[in-house]
Write a protein that binds this ligand. Structure first.
Ligand code: CDP
Ligand code: MG
Length: 153
């Protein structure tokens, strides 16, 4: 007799909270910090599920940051995010979203805790080296924005 279990639900439960999405932003790529940032991600225990060097068009940056479209910095943010190549990646680890937000530090590097990625590599509140998803739901949406199923491992 089959046990009375819903395997889809169990799989979702086990996977929930295990993935986040990041971008190494154009400022950090230009400054030659891809390697340094990936090393910090590696040392924090993340497994790379998907990764690529890519560049957002202005329209695609606008779509990615649509949630901020009423904010005064939206135009500048989209210009900046489309100004050069980025590294996009899906990362996996227990408690991925929250731990990654702690690893990157506060949005404004002036407020970022010492030793965080933004404290080390961000130069301003706008040009702040890395993106990190703020929820499991957004991690899934943002990962799907950049990667198809066959690009995830
Ligand atoms: O990236 P994070 O989730 O920490 O911050 P956010 O509030 O979701 O804002 C998204 C991005 O907009 C930031 O990472 C900055 O690049 C930019 N931003 C800005 O240019 N000026 C602000 N006052 C706030 C955010
Ligand atoms: Mg955010």
């Amino acid at each position: 007799m089959q046990p009375n279990l819903n395997y889809t639900k169990i799989t979702q439960y086990i996977m929930a909270g295990n993935r986040t999405f990041t971008m190494i932003k154009p400022d950090a790529v230009r400054a030659g910090n891809i390697g340094n940032i990936l090393q910090m991600i590696n040392e924090a225990g993340y497994r790379i599920v998907a990764m690529k060097l890519t560049q957002l068009s202005l329209a695609k940056a606008g779509e990615f940051y649509e949630v901020h479209k009423e904010r005064p910095f939206y135009g500048e943010l989209c210009e900046f995010m489309s100004s050069g190549p980025i590294v996009a990646a899906i990362l996996e680890k227990d408690n991925a979203v929250e731990d990654f937000r702690n690893l990157i530090g506060a949005t404004n590097p002036a407020n970022a805790a010492p030793g965080t990625i933004r404290a080390k590599y961000a130069t301003s509140v706008g040009e702040n080296a890395v993106h990190g998803s703020d929820s499991d739901e957004n991690a899934a949406i943002e990962g799907a924005f950049h990667f198809g199923g066959v690009e995830k491992f």
